[in-house]
Design a protein around this ligand. Sequence first.
Ligand SMILES: *[C@@H]1O[C@H](CO)[C@@H](O)[C@H](O)[C@H]1NC(C)=O
Length: 192
Amino acid sequence: MALLGRLARRAPWPCNVLLYGALFAAGDAAQQRLRGGPADWGQTRRVALVALAFHGNFSYAWLRALERLLPGRAPPAVLAKVLCDQLVGAPVAVLAFYTGMSILQGKEDIFLDCRQKFWNTYKTGLMYWPFVQLSNFSLIPVYLRTAYTGLCGFIWATFLCFSQQSGDGTAKSAFRLLWEGKDNTDEKAPEK
Ligand SMILES: *[C@@H]1O[C@H](CO)[C@@H](O)[C@H](O)[C@H]1NC(C)=O
């Protein structure tokens, strides 16, 4: 842990990129386990590639820019950061995920998932992230915040991968999977 901490301080950007790749790959593996069926490692590789190429870099640059724009931990600055992140950062990240995955899957219409699932996914994120961020700053002790952020990121990555492969971006489709073990894939025409 001490070694990891030192590494993260010396090379925060590459560490952030690797962390995102790992979180998304783990999230994809988790949702595949939940849905049952044989593991699709090609899919997990594509998810990891999108996260390494885009989300790890984007989140690093974006959160740094946000901190420079609205520095500090005072409640107004925290609220403004949460708001900005939801208005700008979150939609960019969701759109990039759906589009990036469609490109890597060789889909004909790379914006189809965005059109069908973006709005649902964005709304689900709006119910999730502000709650996570505000609880992070108010309820979670400082020494647990990194772990808490990682856990919440993992849950979101799992949801995002599930939505891309099978769900429709609503929290409802994810809860249906969790509680009834039902997967929406079978109801839809096979997509390629
Ligand atoms: C939680 O707080 C930590 C430490 O202040 C911060 O690095 C992290 O980005 C925060 N996570 C979220 C999701 O706001």
